[in-house]
Design a protein around this ligand. Structure first.
Ligand code: SF4
Length: 341
């Protein structure tokens, strides 16, 4: 049976009209499911008995089971069971509100060398409902309303493009969850054709590009996707995106000790982003026990950051969250799958 969380409002309107219900019934169902977060269709008071029966016969209101939960003062990391597989999502409590980082695939095929998620190959894409249900599940069990959604958990979102776009539609519809587009961020490792398609949608959703290197030699070693779409092509796609949307793009840059953290690297990076409507998010690396990379010390991070600022680059060092609770992306799932928690 199909999950009710798989369907967008316009798809539900079309479906209900074709079944001789009214178009506005879709709004009533969405308000019941997303605003009141009912657990059964019978709890939606303002719809007819016939519609309740139709929904019960054709849709399920499913939920995700929590397999593991790791908590620190500002972060809760969840491992969720999805149809015999597991995925991670991370609730972060900022002073400006609650953010949830969600996954889009079971595993990831992009193979970024520094990423724990990439050690477990992609098994499959998440369905629309599995993306949406991460948000619903975390809101329900914590009795909270999320302020921000960050789509940079396990998987490459643009490698599951169609389901991602539908999930964003569901997140943002004012008849349902009504999360502002500007409160959603999608992060990609640089799938150029999809960045361009996303630009043409002209949403207000924030785009983050995982660059992590200042030249192709380093990026080829860190991110195999660079052999398909090199830095020049990614930068052109960023220009295209900014041209179409007039939205600022975030450049993600993980600082890895002795790999991409020199002053020359900072200058190369400044050259790449010069004159573009971007800001650079410097991310101190969260080392794992078996990782080949090391974290830069604070002096190196400061030196890199100050060089960017001197060169008039808009940059920040990301505040770290979730340290000590398998904070790196995919770490909880990787340790669970490898059964060494
Ligand atoms: S960083 Fe993102 S794209 Fe790269 S392997 Fe990890 S999950 Fe995949």
């Amino acid at each position: 049976m199909r999950s009710i969380f798989d369907i967008t409002i316009s798809e539900l309107e079309t479906l209900l009209v074709s079944e001789n219900f009214k178009k506005y019934n879709a709004t009533q169902v969405f308000e019941g499911i997303y605003k009141k977060q009912v657990n059964s269709f019978s709890e939606i008071n303002n719809i007819s008995k016939e519609l309740k029966i139709y929904l019960e016969e054709n849709f399920k209101i499913d939920k995700l089971e929590v397999l593991e939960k790791l908590e620190s003062s500002d972060t809760i990391k969840y491992l969720l069971l999805i149809d015999n597989a597991s995925i991670e999502c991370v609730l972060m409590k900022h002073n400006y509100g609650n953010s949830l980082c969600i996954s889009t695939q079971v595993g990831c095929n992009m193979g970024c060398a520094f990423c724990e998620s990439g050690t477990l190959k992609k098994i499959r894409n998440l369905s629309v409902s599995e993306i949406v249900l991460q948000v619903i599940t975390i809101e329900k069990i914590n009795n909270i309303k999320l302020d921000n959604i960050v789509i940079m958990g396990i998987g490459e979102p643009f490698d599951n493009y169609d389901n991602l776009i539908k999930a964003i539609d569901i997140f943002t519809t004012n008849k349902g969850m009504n999360i502002g587009s500007r409160r959603i961020t999608v992060s990609t490792c640089g799938l150029v054709p999809k960045i361009k398609s996303f630009a043409l949608l002209k949403t207000q959703v924030n785009l983050a590009i995982s660059l992590h290197a200042s030249n192709d030699k380093i990026r080829n070693k860190l991110m195999p996707i660079n052999k398909l779409y090199n830095i020049k092509e990614v930068m052109e796609a960023i220009d295209y995106y900014i041209d179409k949307t007039n939205r600022k793009v975030t450049i993600e840059y993980i600082l890895l000790d002795g790999i991409n953290d020199s002053l020359d690297n900072a200058r190369e990076l400044a050259n790449l982003v010069k004159g573009k409507l971007v800001y650079v998010n410097l991310i101190p690396y969260n080392a794992t026990s078996h990782s080949e990379f090391k974290r830069c010390d604070k002096e190196k991070i400061d030196r890199f950051y100050k060089e960017l600022i001197t060169l008039n680059v808009n940059a920040i060092v990301r505040r770290e969250m979730g340290k000590g609770i398998k904070g790196a992306c995919g770490q909880l799932r990787a340790s669970y799958e490898k059964k060494d928690i």
